[in-house]
Design a protein around this ligand. Sequence first.
Ligand SMILES: [Zn+2]
Length: 120
Amino acid sequence: MQDIDLDLLEYLVYTDTDYIKAAVADTTYLPRTVLGVGTFLLDNEGQVDLLTAKQQVTFTKFLKPLLFDVACHGIAGPETCMGNGRIEGDGLLQCYKSNIFRCRACRNATKTQSSSPEEA
Ligand SMILES: [Zn+2]
């Protein structure tokens, strides 16, 4: 597995927990369970190996998709994505901050168009 982007994890665990809350919303898990695993990882430099088996399940179910497998929303819906449908890891933090989920290809495509509201 790729290394965890700790800045990204920190953002999801401490700055804006809504993404984690939304991820657990329709499950039997509690947000604090997932946040606890996230906090543990932050305290241990993202070493997933140090998690218990149960924590690893929680990580794989909720945190891993938020960190590594985020769908591009495309320019006008997911089917309009100009890339491969997934957002590159190095662009994710900005996506979470702006709440605009686009891969690099889609971001570049919108930049050349008339000014769409792209808040920093
Ligand atoms: Zn895209």
